[in-house]
Design a protein around this ligand. Structure first.
Ligand code: ATP
Ligand code: MG
Length: 267
């Protein structure tokens, strides 16, 4: 079901994203709890003023550097991330020459193949339009996007220390990687990835979640805004400056920003 939200509606973007998730759920691409997870994120986004806060921008810069400097980076996506930021992350994967692996908490073969097919569709859309700052030819962009491998369908490995289907991953994907971008991760899976020795970059609007607290770099931002921002940063990679990252300190800054936003919102 698609709905036409008038441009004048103050919550147009938020409503349209809900409809996108609703539609994906009706196609069987999302688990029943997907909307609840999204709602928790939306609540925090309200408190942040629905914008990329400065500390999230700084975290995104450090994430871009970490992913570019990795030997085998990977982007791991769940259902919500695929629907809300599939195209943007395909663009990032093209710029990083890395695979995208579909990993879902409530794993069924139908859901995995549906999400993989969705990302293949994203590749087709993204390949025909290079980003604004792309300096090389459109053909080179098309090739870079077409070279992005979508993993997940034939996962043959297990993340150590996790039980059940959510441990399943690809031997040539997550198990072979040294840095992982894993938006909207679940806390104990994040912990298991950190224990594997990976550098873990999480995107989570909740600065207090276990994923946020566990990861190497947490970006307290909406996954779509973040993915757009990451793509922009990857395109100007040479100009980015590496800084020593204290993740706990950055989470405190995000909490302070929420506090300041609240203080100034009702006068
Ligand atoms: P954790 O397992 O890390 O302790 P949790 O159990 O509270 O977190 P989950 O249900 O595992 O949360 O995952 C949902 C998380 O994703 C929430 O923390 C929520 O803030 C975040 N989230 C949801 N939608 C978005 C979004 N669009 N962008 C960024 N983060 C989001
Ligand atoms: Mg969780």
């Amino acid at each position: 079901m698609t709905y036409d939200v008038p441009d004048s509606h103050p919550r147009k973007r938020s409503l349209e994203r809900r409809y996108e998730l609703e539609e994906a759920a009706s196609k069987g691409l999302l688990a029943g709890t997907a909307m609840i997870a999204h709602g928790r994120g939306e609540a925090f986004d309200y408190l942040l003023g629905e914008r990329t806060i400065p500390i999230a921008n700084e975290a995104t810069i450090q994430a871009a550097i970490m992913l570019k400097s990795a030997v085998r980076p990977i982007i791991s996506v769940n259902g919500n991330t695929t629907i809300l930021a599939g195209e943007e992350l395909v663009g990032c994967a093209a710029l990083l020459s890395c695979p995208i692996e579909v990993n879902i908490y409530y794993r069924t073969p139908e859901r995995i193949s549906g999400l993989v097919a969705h990302l293949e569709k994203c590749k087709k859309i993204v390949s025909i339009k290079p980003p604004n700052n792309w300096k090389r030819s459109p053909e080179e962009w098309e090739r870079a996007v077409n070279n992005v491998i979508i993993l997940g369908s034939f996962a043959d490995g297990l993340i150590p220390g996790l039980s059940g289907p959510r441990a399943i991953c690809d031997v040539n994907g997550i198990l072979a990687s040294d840095a992982i971008l894993v938006p909207l991760e679940d806390g104990d899976r994040c912990e298991a990835l950190v224990n594997m020795g990976l550098k873990v970059i999480v995107v989570d609007l909740n600065p207090l979640s276990r994923s946020s607290l566990m990861s190497t770099i947490t970006i307290v931002d909406d996954v779509t805004r973040f993915s757009n921002n990451l793509q922009e940063k990857l395109l100007i990679f040479q100009r980015l400056k590496r800084e020593k990252w204290d993740n706990k300190k950055s989470l405190q800054v995000a909490l302070d920003t929420i506090n300041e936003t609240l203080q100034s919102s009702i006068k």
